[in-house]
Design a protein around this ligand. Structure first.
Ligand code: HEC
Length: 113
């Protein structure tokens, strides 16, 4: 049952991404940008201390459409974490697609613990 709900949610996300004009993410291009993210997301179990202690979610292996959606929500203010908002604000839609493709790739899935 959970799987069905999750599947439906992912389909809805994919549909949203499509409506916003589908951008094909390029994981190779993302490699110029992941240094911005790895400081927090690269370390398993890492917590930021600003502005409160936050657990940093793991990105590797997440669905690309989910990652793009999350970044767009930080950028638009629908998600409110201050450091992620500042970072997402600096990303173009193409950057988001590239980063999502990178983090959703098979290498990241197998590397992610
Ligand atoms: C300063 C530390 C920091 C940096 C740098 C950072 N993040 Fe984050 N990120 C976080 C934290 C903390 C959260 C959880 C925030 C929340 O609770 O909304 C988060 C959440 C996310 C989420 C949502 C994950 C989920 O499971 O909902 C995505 C996607 C994401 N970050 C992508 C990125 C990308 C891509 C970069 C690089 C361009 C990046 N982040 C750089 C700290 C960071």
């Amino acid at each position: 049952m959970m799987r069905m709900i999750l599947g439906a949610a992912l389909l809805a996300l994919a549909a949203t991404a499509h409506a916003q004009g589908e951008l094909k993410g390029d994981p190779e291009r993302a490699k110029q940008k992941i240094s911005m993210c790895a400081g927090c997301h690269g370390i398993s179990g890492y917590k930021t201390a600003f502005p409160q202690v936050y657990s940093v979610p793991r990105l590797g292996g997440q669905h690309a459409a989910y990652i793009v959606k999350a970044l767009q929500e930080y950028k638009s203010g629908n998600r409110s974490h201050p450091s992620m908002r500042a970072i997402a604000a600096s990303l173009s839609n193409k950057d988001m697609a590239d980063l999502a493709a990178y983090y959703a790739s098979d290498t990241m899935k197998s590397a992610a613990k």
